[in-house]
Design a binder for this molecule. Structure first.
Ligand SMILES: Nc1ncnc2c1ncn2[C@@H]1O[C@H](COP(=O)(O)OP(=O)(O)OP(=O)(O)O)[C@@H](O)[C@H]1O
Ligand SMILES: [Mg+2]
Length: 270
């Protein structure tokens, strides 16, 4: 099917850029939740993403607006091709939107220079992918410590922090092992430890259990739950309702748009 010809301006219509003050909580339905400006780690307003294809511009995201507060645990769901990974890539500043506004931890991403953006990304975000992405010729300890090489941290401290994180994810004693000598679940634990090494406030995970059996998936999700209860904000893509149950909020994409946004676990009142 040919990609439809697409105009961001036409799509934006009345949703053209608004001042920051107008990014207000969405009214009405209690199932919708929008973080207040002060506690939002992620504020997204009118985001569009167009891909250039041989058949013309293809709109992968259309007018997506979403706020995510500090401490939330959000599952992103939706059919294949609905724009989930495109959205995660934008959240992680791995790609740029075609239009719209993205404020990450209080900083308008579009206004940052390349170095500032890299710094904000490294300090704020940890990534976990479906394919683990460990470097095969490095030990588990070296894999976990790798992101710290660019941070001017001494080798001793790098090793200590990596060791502590391997323990945290249940891999004490595996520091010297190589990635091809451990199971998929263990590899994903290493990838989570690596994602945490810069002490991020936000963990982004795109189908982190996609390559794992159901028991191992449960163990990985229990690990995410624990990290969230320590205060780390988590945004996780999954196809599986069982996995999404671990999150406290479920956002569903369809055809490049957010079509539902529901709180699924309410915090107990204090
Ligand atoms: N680099 C690209 N160039 C052109 N089109 C792309 C590109 N990346 C993604 N798309 C298209 O954008 C749409 C959304 O893709 P995306 O990968 O975000 O979907 P997804 O919801 O993550 O799907 P899945 O569940 O299969 O991972 C798809 O139609 C896809 O073909
Ligand atoms: Mg995807």
């Amino acid at each position: 099917m040919a990609a439809e010809q697409y105009s961001v301006q036409a799509e934006l219509g009345e949703a053209s850029p608004k001042p920051a003050e107008s990014i207000a909580p969405r009214p009405s339905a209690s199932s919708w939740r929008t973080a207040t400006i002060s506690d939002a780690v992620i504020r997204i307003e009118g985001l569009h993403k167009l891909y250039e294809t041989s058949a013309g511009l293809f709109p992968a995201l259309k007018d997506v607006s979403l706020n995510i507060a500090a401490g939330e645990f959000v599952a992103i769901m939706g059919p294949s091709g609905s724009g989930k990974s495109t959205f995660m890539n934008l959240l992680g500043c791995l790609d740029k939107p075609s239009a719209g506004r993205y404020v990450l931890d209080g900083r308008d991403v579009e206004k940052l220079g390349k170095d500032e953006l890299a710094l904000l990304r490294n300090r704020t975000i940890g990534f976990v992918f479906q394919g683990f992405n460990l470097l095969p010729r490095m030990s588990l300890l070296e894999n976990v410590a790798l992101p710290l090489i660019y941070c001017g941290i001494t080798s001793d401290e790098r090793q200590q922090r990596a060791q502590a994180l391997l323990s945290k994810v249940g891999l004490d004693g595996y520091a010297a092992s190589m990635p091809n000598k451990i199971s998929g679940g263990q590899q994903q634990r290493v990838a989570i430890a690596r994602a945490l090494i810069n002490r991020p406030r936000l963990l982004l995970a795109d189908e982190p259990t996609g390559n794992l059996d159901s028991q191992t998936s449960k163990e990985i999700m229990a690990l995410f739950e624990g990290l969230n209860s320590e205060g780390i904000t988590i945004v996780l893509v999954t196809h599986e309702p069982d996995i999404a149950q671990y999150a406290k909020r479920q956002v569903r994409f369809f055809d490049g748009r957010v079509v539902s946004d529901q709180i699924t676990h309410q915090e107990a009142a204090v």
